[in-house]
Design a protein around this ligand. Structure first.
Ligand SMILES: Cc1cc2nc3c(=O)[nH]c(=O)nc-3n(C[C@H](O)[C@H](O)[C@H](O)COP(=O)(O)O)c2cc1C
Ligand code: SF4
Length: 421
């Protein structure tokens, strides 16, 4: 299956830190075009392209930009969310490692549009080796006038700084991320106010994912109509998928939205590793849905994933082979959320721990069938009452595994009864 590389178009073709290499591939032409347009013209173009956020929620990028642009302030910021804490996801790493200038250009286009003169890349703590690469690439772009004062000889100033977190999953949530940049403990804020109104140091702040921002240079150069030739009616463009878990060929690939999940797993990923069978696939990361192998034959876009009981999320596709226990997998996922819950709100802080304990009962042979109802009840409360997306989505694996693999939970009870009789 042939990939369609838009954001990964320069991968393997350039020296990532050499801005000259990037420019030789047509780099910074999008920024040049943006400088010549009005902010409203750029926003209309981005809206017309149909670009939606690639960080998980799929919000309209043009609408978000308009919101920040329309908020008056003496200082605004662009924050690139490069936290990429979702287990199994390494798309932003691949992008930044191979072509950081595409991201810088996207951020500068965003800055020129919303009226921000400064940007931050919030880099995942577990990518420390990328820090010097990004710093070197930034210095080279600055030296050639693509960043800094009067970028490309224009009236606009825009510069970028890299900041790193301390390794907390919750700091990928945009307001916790902002708290972290401000030097505070990484806990989500109450919303509203949204970052577009009151973000970093109280100023209007545009927060976008690495992949989202990296789409902008090509959209500016090639136009909205070109962008819409790829993808589906509701999701234009391409998406980067990370195939991981027990897959034969773990990889990061870019395909237009609408690519079939089964084909991704079988043709691109080569099915399960070591000659095993695919038992299940978890889409969208640790907070995503666990599907049976017979449920994955559908086109991947945000709406169609939901229709098929899946979630697109970060684009992680985690294969679980037939040697693995679904209950153990879910228990393991819950231990992750117990560890990563920031503890600010009760439904998530207590709920994840109770789900972990309840799930553990199936593994230690003390569970009763009614425990499944208690788990679903608790999951419902967490999804409704948690403050941020972590607690709202962490029970997804529980809910979908009970729906799709109830037999495995019941087998745990039956096996314990057999052992005890
Ligand atoms: C617990 C949690 C973790 C998140 N982690 C990330 C992340 O690692 N990267 C990211 O871009 N968005 C992440 N998000 C989503 C961000 O809050 C935000 O919606 C996103 O950065 C917006 O960018 P976009 O509009 O370009 O998608 C996370 C959200 C939650 C609730
Ligand atoms: S949902 Fe969880 S991570 Fe989010 S604020 Fe509440 S305790 Fe913290």
């Amino acid at each position: 299956m042939q990939e369609t590389r838009v954001v990964l178009r320069n991968m393997g073709k350039i020296d990532p830190v050499k801005v000259e290499d990037y420019v030789a591939q047509g780099g910074y032409e999008g920024l040049k075009k943006a400088i010549a347009l009005s902010a409203d013209e750029i926003i209309n173009l981005v809206k017309e392209s149909g670009l939606r956020g690639r960080g998980g929620a799929g919000f309209s990028t043009g609408s978000k930009w308009q919101f920040v642009k329309n908020t008056p302030a003496d200082q605004k910021y662009v924050v690139c969310n490069a936290d990429e804490g979702e287990p199994g996801t390494s798309k932003d790493l691949t992008l930044m490692k191979n072509d950081p200038n595409t991201l810088f250009e996207g951020m500068a286009i965003a800055g020129v549009t919303v009226g921000a003169t400064y940007g931050y890349i919030y880099l995942r703590a577990e990518y420390p080796y990328l820090f010097p690469v990004l710093e070197q690439a930034l210095a080279n772009a600055r030296a050639k006038g693509y960043l800094g004062k009067n970028i490309m000889g224009s009236k606009f100033d825009f510069d970028i700084e890299v900041r790193s977190g301390a390794g907390a999953y919750v700091c990928g949530e945009e307001t916790a991320l902002i708290e972290s940049i401000e030097g505070k403990r990484g806990e989500p804020r109450f919303k509203p106010p949204y970052p577009g109104v009151e973000g970093l140091w109280g100023k209007p702040t545009l927060v976008n994912n690495v992949e989202t921002l990296s789409n902008l240079p090509e959209i500016l150069v090639k136009g909205a109509a070109w962008f819409k030739t790829m993808g589906t009616a509701t999701c234009a463009g391409t998406k980067i998928f990370s195939l991981c878990g027990n897959v034969a060929n773990p990889c990061v690939v870019e395909y237009p939205f609408g690519v079939n999940l089964k084909q991704l797993v079988e043709e691109v990923g080569g099915g399960a590793a070591n000659g095993r069978k695919v038992k299940a696939v978890q889409t969208g990361g640790a907070s995503g849905c666990i599907l049976r192998a017979d449920q994955i034959d559908f086109a991947m876009d945000i709406e169609n994933c939901l229709k098929n009981g899946a979630s697109l999320g970060s684009g992680a596709i985690c294969v679980i082979d037939d040697s693995k226990s679904i209950v153990e997998t879910v228990h393991n996922l819950l231990s992750f959320f117990v560890h990563e819950s920031c503890g600010k709100c009760t439904p998530c802080r207590e709920g994840n721990m109770r789900l972990y304990e309840l799930c553990g009962r199936f593994l230690d042979g003390t569970a009763k069938e009614e425990d499944l109802d208690t788990m679903l009840d608790l999951a419902d409360t967490m999804m409704l009452a948690s403050l941020c997306g972590l607690g709202q989505t962490s029970p997804t694996a529980v809910v979908t595994s009970i729906a799709n693999f109830r037999n495995e939970y019941l087998d745990c009870i039956a096996n314990a009864e057999r052992r005890n009789s």
